[in-house]
Ligand binder design. Sequence first.
Ligand code: NI
Length: 133
Amino acid sequence: MLIKRFGVSLEEDILTSLDELVKKNKFPNRSQAIRNLIKGSLVSEKVDKNKIVAGAIIIVYDHHKRELNNKLMHVQHDYHDLILSSQHVHLAHDLCLETIAVKGKAQSLLTLSDRIIGTKGIKHGKLVLTDIE
Ligand code: NI
């Protein structure tokens, strides 16, 4: 894609904040930081408008918890049309890490994510959404 340059005028304190963001996130330059911020804003707007987005639900759980695997399987079958793939990694003796790639209407993905992450026995979970364009 064609890269275009443009000038940006910012107050000094905002520019300082931008540079701190570049440093903190180890962005190679300001352009990458601005690109990421704009994309984040576009994704939020798409979520608000319930547009199609994609992403991943990442969960960590103990597979010994009773019925947890079964419950997770049921939820994923209920929402099979939103799930692209899932990957299960055995992190430690008791600990499983699952990455579920998803694509669909934003509100449906939020509902699916709430159901999965809200399942009793899930230690930690997070939904990451991104733009498909
Ligand atoms: Ni496992």
